[in-house]
Write a protein that binds this ligand. Structure first.
Ligand SMILES: [Zn+2]
Length: 77
């Protein structure tokens, strides 16, 4: 029996073949960080997400904070 490696599932949309593997890889890394489930620093709700570039919002307690474009922490990678 042939064992096949399971491919990593990605929820990537928008970038096709034409941009090349390097760009898609970079985009995927950033996109995964962006869509990661976060906890609201104010109430602990998991619905904390970005609503605009650099603006993070919690719909439960209406906590809004300005931070990084793709991540809540703005440490240099
Ligand atoms: Zn909250």
């Amino acid at each position: 029996m042939v064992t096949r490696r399971k491919r990593k599932s990605t929820s990537l949309k928008g970038l096709g073949v034409k941009f090349g593997a390097t760009v898609r890889k970079r985009y995927g890394a950033v996109y995964r960080i962006l869509k990661k489930h976060r906890k609201c620093p104010s109430c602990g709700s998991k619905r904390f997400s970005r609503i605009a570039l650099g603006i993070w919002h919690c719909p439960k307690c209406h906590f809004k904070v300005a931070s990084g474009a793709y991540d809540i922490s703005t440490q240099a990678m």
